[in-house]
Design a protein around this ligand. Sequence first.
Ligand SMILES: C[S@@+](CC[C@H](N)C(=O)[O-])C[C@H]1O[C@@H](n2cnc3c(N)ncnc32)[C@H](O)[C@@H]1O
Length: 402
Amino acid sequence: MANANLSKAKKAKNDEFYTQYADIEKEMNAYLEYNPDVFRGKTILLPCDDPEFSNFTKYFAQNFSNFGIKKLISTSYAPDSKQLDAYYEPSLFEVESPQFDESKSFVKGKIFVLDRDSNGDGRIDVDDLEWQYLEGDGDFRSEEVKALRDEADMIITNPPFSLFREFLAWLSATESNCKISKSFAIIGSKNAITYKEVFPLIRENKLWTGATNFNTDMLFIAPKGTNLDEKPSTAIREVEGVTYLRSPAIWFTNLEHGRRHQPLSLMTMEDNIKFNKKVIKSETAYKQYDNYDAIEVPFTDAIPSDYKGVMGVPISFLDKYCPEQFEILGATQRGCHDKVPDTKKYDDYWEVRQNGEKTGSSGGKTNENANLATNDGRKNYFINKDNHIIQSAYQRLFIKFK
Ligand SMILES: C[S@@+](CC[C@H](N)C(=O)[O-])C[C@H]1O[C@@H](n2cnc3c(N)ncnc32)[C@H](O)[C@@H]1O
């Protein structure tokens, strides 16, 4: 139990990192390019934020008039509820505000609102943000933040990664007519793509990945006092005195952007086999799976333009997914491939290391993976009493041309 609590606390520490202005700007620009009025007349909620120093609040407050935003609401989580490494000190901004209250500073969340020219200088911007303490600690699951969610048209943030599933459920609670009724753009781990709470939304085109290319990791600003010794050096980058933490994060959204409507330009299967170096080297490209009525396509750029059936492609395909070109039918993880059912189970197989030793695991563990009748000489394989050998490919999405 103590261990479970420790690992929970460790995970929550990873929730404390902050998004760079340029990353927000880049993604929002793609939505604006597609629809210059995307934010016009909208009430935008930025939950799980830290409005005093958040780049989300800064970006939307600075562009409030420019974008024609109706109301901006930003909420923060109480310092005592966060998992902070360093001692927390209220900001000068808070302490110097007339509403500063020492008894609330550590235990209450805050709400910042921008909807009028509060200082009467003739324009609405960052300096017009008005704030107060929330009744509670600002947990997005609290009734008071839920009421703000219900008021908002759009929800934009980088929510705590450890609560990503819960955050999405919180967003989906506003679902009507099989659609998340709020517009949203949120940052989450790339791994979230295959969560059973996320993938069905992707398949149904209710949620897609953002415009920022996900080939490279995102860098987040590390909070003061972060214990860098706990992190591998590859996860840290220092630039001009600021410490950044690297994370395989991407945007998840239901806002339109142009990138998702650019079809991939592809070669026929015959040309791929002749000219695509990766296909030439591959031992598995275009093989039929042993347990799915589909072929293995190990690289997105090797999708054969003339193949009419179902194809298993890497998860990174999503970065190139154009819904006018392809239909997503399923994924290999459990409960996500009802349209492409697996045709075989492996409970009577056993797992073997390349040196011939049995691992002791049953073949049941590879049920529903995309399995190929092959032995690459590197990975463990599964075999049955008839000497039929299979190995599983990585996690795959099942797609076909429209
Ligand atoms: C990944 S950080 C992002 C902060 C900010 N949105 C940004 O991108 O710069 C997530 C934030 O959510 C806060 N948080 C953690 N658990 C929360 C909860 N249950 N409700 C609301 N906020 C929470 C964390 O304290 C942290 O400030």
